[in-house]
Design a binder for this molecule. Structure first.
Ligand SMILES: [Zn+2]
Length: 340
């Protein structure tokens, strides 16, 4: 097939690669990818895929850019602070490569819209910061037979895994249940070195480029610690009793496995009752949050004040967030400070 002069020049270093070639470049042009979450992972993935010439990129995020994002979220600058991340990224991608169609969605991905957001695309890339959304993406992708690439980074370590429905294990083959809220560290509580998500995103983007150009992807989990220079690749297999890919039950697409978010009448507050309630250690959580704001630890509740918000955290992982009536803001604060 004939490539335009502009295409030949723009992608010359990529076309010359034996793994890509002219045919691979043309396949990338026809590729449609969805990036769920526009934080450190989402920025780096969007940057790579736009420059590589993937034809359509849907970028999804519910948050706005904050000053503390600039340390690691590569596509934002100071002028973007306060702007929706998805819109800011789409504008930046258009400047980087005007041949790419970047479509922003400023939404909270949940069971009512997850399928619509991914249908018609070739691959989904995980740039989220919480397990609930990953389980939801897994359900939606397995149901519709769309490959997705999991990625996570915290501290100086990271993990990536490509999931091809029907061929490789799905996310629930590896992580059968959402860990109880408050158990996992988050980037807000333990920090993150900017090279860790950059590395995860490099692996995720490579998986996307391989898949879109027709290369074979292995069933492996890649984990590393950039600080320690330690890396490992573990072969994984499907779990015969997996509720999602073996039994075809998509629990997270139904409302039964959804966090319950309630506006509290007459007050500027929102309550979040996680789908998976469980006993959390308030003392342990208090230890992690102490550096980030004002913490008061009681017997049955922990209160945590940060910026203009106050989070009242109960031992069953339920949280009341005062200072906002916006459910998106409340869910973001929950994912940041309590985790899931
Ligand atoms: Zn499975």
């Amino acid at each position: 097939m004939a490539l335009t002069v502009e295409t030949k020049d723009r992608y010359s270093r990529q076309i010359v690669l034996e793994q890509i070639g002219k045919a691979g470049q043309e396949r990338l042009r026809k590729g449609r990818a969805v990036i769920v979450g526009c934080g450190a992972l989402g920025c780096a993935i969007a940057n790579s895929l736009a420059r590589a010439g993937v034809g359509e990129l849907r970028v999804i995020d519910r948050d706005v850019v904050e000053l503390n994002n600039l340390q690691r979220q590569q596509l934002f600058d100071e002028a973007d602070i306060g702007r929706p991340k998805a819109t800011a990224i789409a504008e930046k991608l258009a400047k980087i490569n005007s041949n790419v169609r970047a479509v922003p969605f400023v939404v909270d991905v949940n069971h009512t819209n997850a399928e619509d957001l991914i249908i018609g695309c070739d691959i989904v890339l995980d740039g989220t910061d919480n397990m609930e959304t990953r389980f939801l993406v897994n359900d939606a992708c397995v149901k519709h037979g769309i490959p997705w690439v999991y990625g996570g980074a915290v501290g100086t370590s990271g993990t990536a895994m490509a999931i091809i429905p029907g061929k490789t294990p799905c996310f629930r083959c590896i992580v059968p249940e959402i860990p109880v809220a408050g158990k996992l560290p988050t980037c807000d509580t333990v920090g993150v070195l900017n090279t860790a998500p950059a590395m995860v995103a490099a692996i995720q983007s490579t998986s996307a480029i391989k898949l879109l150009t027709g290369a074979v992807l292995d069933s492996v989990i890649f984990t590393f610690d950039v600080w320690e220079h330690s890396f490992s690749t573990v072969k994984i297999s499907r779990r015969a009793e997996c509720i999602c890919c073996a039994k075809g039950k998509f629990e997270f697409l139904s409302s039964e496995r959804k966090d319950i978010v309630t506006q509290l009448c007459g007050s500027n507050a929102v309550q979040i009752t996680p789908a998976r309630l469980g006993k959390i250690s308030l003392a342990e959580l208090a230890g992690r949050l102490r550096e980030l704001g004002d913490v008061k630890l009681g017997d049955i509740v922990l209160t945590f004040k940060v910026d203009m918000y106050e989070l009242t955290i109960f031992t069953d992982a339920r949280v009341i967030i005062s200072g906002t009536s916006d459910e998106k803001v409340a869910k973001s604060l929950y994912a940041k400070y309590i985790g899931s």
